[in-house]
Design a protein around this ligand. Structure first.
Ligand SMILES: C[S@@+](CC[C@H](N)C(=O)[O-])C[C@H]1O[C@@H](n2cnc3c(N)ncnc32)[C@H](O)[C@@H]1O
Length: 270
């Protein structure tokens, strides 16, 4: 193996690049693929869940644009892939502004490259556990106006915050600064889907804890609903990933909706 190959092999896996691999992307290294393969040994459904999560995110963004939202703060945005938030939002409303935030340097670098000629969207490196630093980032304050409604997107990221107190506090801090008329979008790993699998779930958590710098935890319906606090969930509420916004929509999870693996919901701040 050449030197560059050795360096790549030594890199720990990251949640962002593992997700990219589940989605069939090319921005991942051997360590990411090995870790993701270990996860898929336990839960072969992960790539299907990842695709379903992307589709939920797309539907939620379209809904927000329809509701008049023109500013998006997407935290834990991941490596760009099909159906990026700015593409969906700006197709429907070209004046939409988007700030992507991720801890992963590859996610941020790839996003910035993609957005080179897009003056209404940017990406910054930031940690959901440090909301103030995100909100004060000069590229964010240049693009987003917190006197106008904002769509805060937390898609498939909250399960990487395993400390409950910290997770609720950080989301609370972000929601506090949102003006009225803003929306919060959440999808997050469902304990109901993974808890019954006991050992398998622990094996997946161990892969993330041992091979990435990110911890992992799933939460049940009520625990995830708590993130919305006083916000008003729009219909149909917090439902299985594929059931938002239409609980009757047919999908690959029809036999057992809990196989979609995530709870998903959208709420408005009145
Ligand atoms: C599963 S991906 C989800 C990507 C995208 N939001 C989606 O739904 O398709 C989770 C992303 O969250 C990022 N992430 C994990 N912990 C984070 C944190 N504390 N702050 C910001 N991003 C984080 C990871 O780097 C990864 O890119």
């Amino acid at each position: 193996m050449d030197t560059a190959g050795q360096v790549r092999r030594q890199k720990p896996a990251t949640a962002a690049r593992m997700y990219d691999y589940y989605l069939g992307g090319i921005h991942n290294f051997p360590a990411d693929r090995e870790a993701a393969d270990r996860v898929m040994e336990q839960f072969p459904m992960f790539p299907v869940i990842a695709q379903a999560n992307r589709r939920f995110l797309g539907r939620a963004v379209e809904f927000l644009v329809g509701a008049g939202i023109r500013q998006f703060l997407d935290i834990g945005s991941g490596i760009p892939t099909e159906g990026n938030v700015h593409e969906i939002a700006q197709l429907a409303a070209p004046d939409s502004r988007v700030v992507y935030v991720d801890t992963d340097p590859v996610a941020v670098a790839e996003s910035l490259e993609l957005l080179e000629h897009n003056e209404l969207a940017t990406a910054i490196r930031g940690d959901l556990r440090e909301p103030r630093a995100i909100l004060d980032h000069p590229r964010l304050t240049k693009l987003l106006d917190f006197d106008q409604p904002v769509g805060l997107l937390l898609a498939a990221v909250l399960h990487f915050l395993s400390d409950d107190a910290e997770a609720y506090d950080c989301v609370g801090q972000l929601v506090d600064v949102l003006p009225e008329g803003s929306y919060l979008v959440i999808s997050a790993a469902a304990a109901e889907s993974f808890a019954p699998a006991g050992k398998q779930t622990q094996a997946v958590i161990d892969v993330y804890r041992q091979r990435t710098t990110t911890s992992a935890a799933s939460r049940n319906h009520d625990e995830i609903q708590r993130f919305f606090g006083d916000l008003e969930l729009v219909k149909p509420g917090l439902v299985w990933l594929h059931q938002w916004p239409d609980p009757t929509a047919s999908s690959e999870f029809d036999d057992d909706p809990s196989r979609s693996g995530e709870w998903a919901g959208v709420a408005v701040k009145r």
